[in-house]
Design a protein around this ligand. Structure first.
Ligand SMILES: Cc1cc2nc3c(=O)[nH]c(=O)nc-3n(C[C@H](O)[C@H](O)[C@H](O)COP(=O)(O)OP(=O)(O)OC[C@H]3O[C@@H](n4cnc5c(N)ncnc54)[C@H](O)[C@@H]3O)c2cc1C
Length: 385
């Protein structure tokens, strides 16, 4: 058992519930198991498996099942319990759970000493339409299967495929689709629908320049400063910014990656303890995309931050349960971010935002980061910061 500074365990076993088995939840699970043998952990998640969602765009090349890690396997590996369910979480319930120290799921009562909320952040919802695909579709079916199924139903010689959203997810899907169409010799016109005048606008400026040059090279259209409004048959309806003018463009298949809902985000103190109505809930911790910490650390919605927050709250829960109760504040800042541009290219920054890397070096960094997470899932923690 690894040694955790400022953690002097008590004699009693501690019971912990993790709601949400994504990146933050998994990082919390591994870290708890790394430092303590006296913990009983229950994971509540509606799925049968943890999904390595940062690879989702790669399902145009690999089976979706490659990204699944069955909770049944994790139960055996980490001696924990998985309950397949979705838990309705609200401010009132969180306050109630802090007092009761148990929750009811189905007809089961599960008691706990600490509750961890890591439910992520859902994508923005739009009216469901047959030829509009969202992240939800890709979570259940591989990209290759989905696109072939839809393109088969289109009579046009050169169908138009539109990708809405120029954040990391939209751009990664756009370039994977381009490569997929090329590989399968499918004639189709690709278009990016962008609400801004730059792509990847949350990243350093060099990302935009690099991606735009790649899009020109591959003949990918870009419509800028427009908002997606609806899809009607084979037409996508857009609103021009800032005039509000409505325009229509042909689009036989539209992929929507328009951002996150951000409606169920919880505030926490610098140690990861939930704050509701200005009251700290000492036994309820939150991490990942659904959390905003009042601290110097990064609240960016990224797997990196989710893992760091998950690991931090696990350490803090153990310390809180022990004799000293000295907790550690969250100070992590992401040390890089790489966006894939298909299987052979990428753009990213490393160490400082001015240090832009592209091509093979960027791909290598991404692979190292992904490999590090894979090791964590196997119970081997190689994270230094
Ligand atoms: C295509 C794609 C590529 C990405 N690439 C990168 C990248 O390269 N680098 C990077 O840093 N980030 C990347 N991200 C972002 C990253 O995936 C997220 O920031 C990360 O997954 C957040 O982790 P999380 O644990 O907060 O949430 P998630 O990983 O989304 O996990 C949330 C979990 O909670 C469960 N859940 C939800 N609601 C409930 C409920 N009510 N009850 C019980 N369980 C519930 C869900 O089933 C899920 O398992 C990418 C995202 C996408 C979509």
């Amino acid at each position: 058992m690894a040694l955790l500074p400022f953690y002097i365990p008590g004699k009693r076993r501690i019971k912990i519930i993790i709601v949400g088995g994504g990146y933050a939840g998994m990082a919390a699970l591994m870290t708890l198991k790394q430092y303590a043998s006296n913990v009983d952990i229950t994971i509540i998640d509606p799925s049968d498996h943890h999904l390595k969602i940062t690879h989702l765009h790669e399902t145009f090349r690999y089976p979706l099942t490659d990204l699944h890690v069955a909770f049944s396997k994790l139960e055996t590996r980490f001696n924990c319990k998985h309950i397949k369910a979705s838990l309705a979480v609200s401010d009132a319930m969180l306050q109630q759970w802090q007092t009761d120290k148990y929750l009811v799921i189905g007809d089961e009562i599960v008691d706990f000493d600490y509750l961890i909320i890591t439910t992520g952040d859902e994508s923005l919802a739009f009216e469901p339409v047959d030829n509009v695909l969202t992240l939800k579709n890709f979570i259940h079916t591989a990209g290759s299967e989905l696109i072939l199924k839809h393109l088969k139903t289109i009579a046009d010689d050169v169908p138009v495929v539109s990708v809405v959203g120029s954040g990391a997810t939209g751009i990664q899907f756009l370039f994977e689709i381009r490569q997929f169409l090329c590989r399968h010799k499918i004639k189709a016109k690709l278009r990016l629908i962008n609400s801004s005048d730059t792509v990847l606008k949350q990243f350093p400026r060099g990302f935009d320049t690099y991606v735009q040059s790649r899009m020109q090279e591959f003949n990918i259209d870009c419509v800028s400063q427009v908002l997606y409004r609806a899809q009607s048959g084979h037409t996508v309806i857009l609103e021009t910014k800032p005039t509000g003018e409505i325009t229509e463009l042909p689009s036989h298949l539209t992929l929507l990656f328009a951002g996150k809902k951000q409606d169920q985000l919880w505030t926490a103190n610098a140690f990861g303890q939930m704050i509701i109505d200005q009251q700290t809930l000492p036994n309820v911790f939150v991490a990942g995309d659904c959390s905003i910490y009042k601290s110097l650390g990064s609240n960016v919605q990224s797997a990196q931050s989710a893992v760091r927050k998950g690991k931090l709250i696990a350490r803090n829960i153990l310390r809180h349960s022990g004799f000293l109760k000295i907790l550690e504040p969250y100070v992590h800042h992401d040390i890089g971010y790489v966006v894939n541009l298909g299987p052979t290219d990428a753009v990213g920054w490393l160490v400082t935002e001015g240090n832009i890397v592209t091509g093979l070096p960027a791909l290598t960094i991404k692979e190292i980061v992904e490999a590090q997470y894979d090791l964590l899932l196997k119970g081997i923690d190689t994270y230094i910061v």
